[in-house]
Design a binder for this molecule. Structure first.
Ligand code: COS
Length: 385
C-alpha cells in the first residue's frame, strides 16, 4: 500500500530499517537472553539523530512529529521491540515538556533529549494506580522554592537508565485527579533513587524499574504547567504517545509476518514447500491484511496527532488497541506456522510473541483504550442532538 510519505519520511524509515538490520539483529537474541540494556544501539541511535526526529528544530530536533517517530519505531521494532523502546520511552517522557512545558523548560531539556544525551522515563504508574491513573498516591508538597516528592512509581520504562523523569504527583489530594501535578526530576536530585529492576516476559532488552522518591527536593521551576494540571498533562501525553506503542506493535507484527513467509517458502513437508498449501497461504493472507490495516490506522492516528485533531484521544486509543491486538494474533500465528521451530529460541518468532504481549497492556490496557473510545462516542452522539 502506498502511504505517500514525503522524501524525508522515507529516509527516516530507510535509516531505521538499516540500523535495525545491521545493529539490532546481531544483538537481538543475546540481549533477550541476558536482559542487558542496549547501550551499543543507543549510541548508534544517538549518532544517527534518531532521538530528535519528532522534536522541533528550534530545540535541536529534526522537525518531524508523531508520524516520523512512528515510522522509526515501527522499523526498529520489526527487528527488536525491546531495543526500540529506548527511543519510544524517551519520547513518551519528553512529550509532557514538549506539549505543556515552559519555554525555559523546553530550552533546558529538549536539546539534550533531541541529541539522545538524555534518556528519559515517564513516571505515572504506581503499585495501586495503573488503569486508574487518578488514584496516584505520590505526593508533592510545596516548601519554599522547592517541591518535596514522596512515593514510589513502578514499571517505569527506561527507569534505571533515565537522566530525567517526568513524574505525576499529587499536590492536593482532596481534588482527586484535578489535584495532580507534573514535574521534571533529574537523576542525582536529593531523595531520588532507582528501586527494583523488573524481570520480564518480553521486551527484555529494555529497562523497567521502580522509582523511589523520599523527601526528593525538586526546584519549583521544574513544575510542568500549573499545579493541578498533572492529570491533563498525562492524558495529553498519552494521546501523542499511544501511536508510538501502536507502531511498536505494528513493527513486531511485520517482523513476525516476514519470518513466517520466509520460513513457509523454505520448509518442505509432503515433498513441497508448505507455503503451497492453501490453508497456510490463507493464514498468511489474513495476517498480512491485518498488518496492513493496522499500519493504515497507525499512520492516520499519527497524522491526526500531528495535525492537532481535537478528537485525537479516540484516534490514538483506536490505533493502539487495534495494532496491539494484531501484533498478538499475528505473532501467535507466526509461531504456529514455524511449528516446533517457532517454539524454539533459535528462531525469532517466540520472542516476537512475548514482546507483542506488553503492547496490549502498557500505556493503558486495551480495556482502557475501549473506555476512551466509548467515552468519545457518547460525547459525539450527545453533540449531534
Ligand atoms: N485530554 C485532555 N483532558 C482529558 C483527557 C485527554 N485525553 N482525558 C481526560 N481528560 C480530562 C477530563 O476532561 C477531565 O477533566 P475535568 O476535570 O475538567 O472534568 C479529567 O481529565 C478527568 O477525566 P476522567 O474523569 O475521564 O478521568 P478518569 O479518572 O475517569 O480516567 C482514564 C480516565 C481511564 C481514561 C485514565 O485514567 C487513563 O487513561 N488511564 C490509563 C492510564 C495509563 O495509560 N496508564 C499506563 C501507564 S502510563 S505509560
Amino acid at each position: 500500500m502506498n502511504y505517500f510519505l514525503t522524501e524525508e519520511q522515507e529516509m527516516i524509515k530507510d535509516l531505521a530499517h538499516q540500523i535495525a538490520e545491521e545493529k539490532f539483529k546481531p544483538l537481538r537474541a543475546e540481549l533477550d537472553d541476558t536482559a542487558e540494556f542496549p547501550w551499543e544501539v543507543v549510541k548508534v541511535l544517538r549518532e544517527s539523530d534518531m532521538f530528535g526526529i519528532y522534536l522541533p528544530e528550534e530545540y535541536g530536533g529534526l522537525g518531524g512529529g508523531v508520524l516520523e517517530l512512528c515510522l522509526a519505531v515501527e522499523e526498529l521494532s520489526r527487528v527488536c521491540g525491546g531495543m526500540a523502546l529506548s527511543l519510544a520511552a524517551t519520547a513518551l517522557a519528553a512529550f509532557p515538556i514538549l506539549l505543556s512545558g515552559s519555554e525555559e523548560q523546553k530550552k533546558r531539556y529538549l536539546p539534550d533529549l533531541a541529541s539522545g544525551k538524555y534518556l528519559a522515563g515517564f513516571a505515572l504508574t504506581e503499585p495501586d494506580a495503573g488503569s486508574d491513573a487518578g488514584a496516584t498516591k505520590t505526593t508533592a508538597r510545596k516548601d519554599g522554592d522547592n517541591y518535596i516528592l514522596n512515593g514510589t512509581k513502578c514499571f517505569i520504562t527506561n527507569g534505571s537508565v533515565a537522566d530525567i523523569v517526568t513524574v505525576i504527583a499529587m499536590t492536593d489530594k482532596s481534588r482527586g485527579s484535578r489535584g495532580a501535578s507534573a514535574f521534571i526530576v533529574e537523576k542525582g536530585m536529593d531523595g531520588f533513587s532507582v528501586g527494583k529492576e523488573e524481570h520480564k516476559m518480553g521486551i527484555r532488552s529494555s529497562s523497567t524499574a521502580e522509582l523511589i522518591f523520599e523527601d526528593c527536593k525538586v526546584p519549583k521551576e521544574n513544575l510542568i504547567s500549573r499545579e493541578g494540571m498533572g492529570f491533563i498533562v498525562a492524558m495529553k501525553t498519552l494521546d501523542q504517545s499511544r501511536p508510538g506503542v501502536a507502531a511498536q506493535a505494528l513493527g513486531i507484527a511485520q517482523g513476525a509476518l516476514d519470518a513466517a513467509v520466509d520460513y513457509a517458502r523454505q520448509r518442505k513437508q509432503f515433498d513441497r514447500p508448505i507455503i503451497t498449501f492453501q490453508g497456510l497461504q490463507w493464514m498468511l493472507a489474513d495476517m498480512a491484511t491485518r498488518v496492513e490495516a493496522a499500519r493504515a490506522l497507525v499512520y492516520s492516528a499519527a497524522r491526526s496527532a500531528d495535525g492537532g485533531e481535537k478528537r485525537v484521544a479516540k484516534d490514538s486509543a483506536m490505533c493502539k488497541l487495534f495494532a496491539s491486538d494484531v501484533a498478538m494474533s499475528v505473532t501467535t500465528d507466526a509461531v504456529q506456522i514455524l511449528g516446533g521451530y517457532g517454539y524454539m529460541k533459535e528462531y525469532p518468532v517466540e520472542k516476537m510473541m512475548r514482546d507483542a504481549k506488553i503492547t496490549q497492556i502498557y500505556e493503558g490496557t486495551n480495556q482502557i483504550q475501549r473506555d476512551v473510545i466509548g467515552t468519545q462516542l457518547i460525547r459525539e452522539s450527545a453533540s449531534r442532538k
